[in-house]
Design a protein around this ligand. Structure first.
Ligand code: GDP
Length: 310
């Protein structure tokens, strides 16, 4: 673990082996390497600055315990702070409300909203059985009766895409009524879910290629009507620096409760997780690790921390 950063810090600390406490100069030299590692992992610049400012006072004057080198000591302090900033532990979905509990999926077009809706629906409807269910939080420990509805009336194929995913995952979807508008679909979804005794209703909203006022107003109106227990912002791990702007825009307008980070199976080092968490203060709750509907995992801050530090 941390071979990349260890090697870099090894070079910095070669001269310092065996000293008692980390001096200001040692720490600053080390944090320059940490800064580079974070930027390479695509953590947004403002968040890198915040991270360095927070970790610096923790490292200066820290005693280097006998069994480790100064470099390893800095890595431990940096890693601990990173894990803490990423939320510390696995964050569960909050489904504690009178059913049907609404999960609102928001994000840009192509972020993986529809796929993630189906993945979450599938996992919740499977309950504890199936692959690695015990890895998830308590909300996944009972089987739930889940329905999905697509509110994406802008992309002609979007509602159909969710229907197909529903068929593949054995999760019912709200029947499509041609030309119905998003708020009307929301209303019908809520009524249907209530009438038919669904525990969870997942609403998949329309995205855009970039943030615009019309999109924000539409999701805000849907949110006001649906009163979701969870509003999950879906974001592509590959978005890197842009993740901050997207997260800020959605979080300013909606009560985002958690983040779903997709394409964590790709080459991205995961810096977007730190950026989004830092900007919104909301936990990353789930990660997408592939295109298949079982490719969903809980978010482990410690694992992403090692990936970010490299
Ligand atoms: P939406 O426009 O936000 O609804 O995005 P979609 O759910 O349609 O996803 C866009 C593309 O990303 C699709 O081809 C998905 O298969 C793919 N995708 C979504 N999540 C993941 C993921 O976690 N890993 C990978 N590799 N691909 C994903």
């Amino acid at each position: 673990m941390f071979e990349g950063l260890s090697k870099r810090l090894g070079d910095v600390f070669d001269k310092l082996r065996g000293r008692g406490a980390l001096s200001e100069a040692d720490v600053d030299a080390a944090l320059r390497e940490v800064r580079t590692a974070l930027l390479e992992a695509d953590v947004a610049l403002s968040v890198v600055r915040q991270f360095i400012d927070e970790v610096r006072p923790k490292a200066i004057g820290a005693d280097v315990i006998r069994s480790v080198t100064p470099g390893q000591m800095v890595i431990k302090i940096v890693n601990d702070h990173l894990v803490e900033m990423l939320g510390g532990t696995v964050a569960d979905l909050d489904l504690g409300a009178i059913p049907p509990v609404v999960i609102l999926m928001v994000g840009l077009q192509g972020s993986g909203k529809t796929t993630s809706s189906a993945k979450i629906a599938y996992r919740l409807s499977q309950g504890p059985q199936g692959m690695a269910a015990e890895m998830f939080g308590g909300s996944f420990s009972t089987r739930r009766k889940v329905m999905m509805a697509s509110l994406d009336t802008r992309r002609p194929a979007a509602q159909h895409q969710l229907k197909v995913l529903g068929e593949q995952t054995n999760v019912p979807t709200l029947p499509i009524v041609p030309l119905e508008m998003p708020l009307a679909i929301t209303r019908r979804a809520l009524e249907t879910a209530k009438r038919e005794g669904f525990d969870v209703l997942i609403l998949d909203t329309a995205g855009r290629l970039s943030i615009d006022e019309e999109l924000m107003k539409e999701v805000a109106d849907i949110s006001d009507l649906a009163k979701p227990k969870e509003t999950l912002l879906v974001a592509d791990a590959m978005t890197g620096q842009d993740a901050v702007n997207v997260a800020k825009a959605f979080n300013d307008r909606l009560a985002v409760t958690g983040i779903v980070l997709t394409r964590v199976d790709g080459d991205a080092r995961g810096g977007a997780a730190l950026s989004m968490r830092a900007v919104t203060g909301r936990p990353v709750k789930l990660i997408g690790v592939g295109e298949k509907f079982d490719a969903l995992e809980p978010f482990h801050p410690d694992r992403i921390a090692s990936r970010i530090l490299g």
